[in-house]
Design a protein around this ligand. Sequence first.
Ligand SMILES: Nc1ncnc2c1ncn2[C@@H]1O[C@H](COP(=O)(O)OP(=O)(O)OP(=O)(O)O)[C@@H](O)[C@H]1O
Ligand SMILES: [Mg+2]
Length: 336
Amino acid sequence: MTNETILEVNDLKKHFDMGKGKSLKAVDGISFDVKRGETFGVVGESGCGKSTAGRTILTLYNSTEGEVLFKGTNVHGLSEKEQFHYFRNMQMIFQDPYASLNPRSTVKEIIAEPLEVHGIYKKKSEKLDRIYELLEEVGLNRDHANRYPHEFSGGQRQRIGIARALALDPEFIICDEPISALDVSVQAQIINLLERLQEEKGLTYLFIAHDLSMVRHISDRIAVMYLGHIVELTDSERLYEKPLHPYTQALLSAVPIPDPKIEEERERIIIEGDLPSPIDPPSGCVFRTRCPYAEDVCAEVKPKWQEAEEGRYVACHLYDDSISHMQPRHIEQAKN
Ligand SMILES: Nc1ncnc2c1ncn2[C@@H]1O[C@H](COP(=O)(O)OP(=O)(O)OP(=O)(O)O)[C@@H](O)[C@H]1O
Ligand SMILES: [Mg+2]
């Protein structure tokens, strides 16, 4: 990871029009930056807006408000030609490696597609060499080139998806739950592959997952999302050591700890109730309807996004100095 900011997201919103004057606030004002060479994790339960955030960053969706700066340029104001160039630098790999690969195309055709769209190789033989090279880079081989997606296992299909994402030599890849659909034994192989490719090519990843155990090892920093908002952002080490936001504490308490003694003594924090609707989100703090610490102020005032410690951001009234009667309480105290 370098100090160069490659991506900057400022107060980004994506609302979907639901008709009758209603809108669904899938992403409702998120801000973060990603450094070149970093793996930036985004976690949160299903429906919190992770994929929508990824798609809006990639400009597959127009933004409702806010900015996405890639190497300093706002990608939501690009001309068609500039956007085409942006897609060379920013690629995405998806959760379901089967649904994202055309079943009627051979592996060769699937990987060739981005190369053809962008007119990278004039000569057929050069293109084929590049396809073979990509297959080898992801741990497949040239014999696989003429086969169809259904002839492969889930892990191999994800490798094909990764080869396609790499075809244009991007600088940045959005990995949208790339291992969630895979067997546990295969998950580690794909993570290792992504890590090796990152090292070899200096890639930057935005890595989306719905549980913390999946992003723990791969991420340098992690943003925790809840109902279209980022509630906490910090480096993974500190996030695991001492989660600040009550939602992060609950998410983390669901991650198994390999030490059986700690595991046995540990308290689980169960988040009660359902995820509220993003069409009609709670006033004030969006997490307050399920938060074990919620007080009146949480319904009245939206918590500000603040730097609680150096490089560590949280949106929660527990850490708000101006509200003096609320003190940060941690998991131990929460047990009583
Ligand atoms: N094209 C769309 N039109 C309307 N609503 C949408 C659209 N895409 C997503 N949503 C809604 O936006 C919210 C966020 O969805 P999103 O897919 O971004 O969540 P997610 O965090 O990726 O969830 P998952 O972990 O299940 O993939 C959900 O309420 C979803 O129903
Ligand atoms: Mg998703």
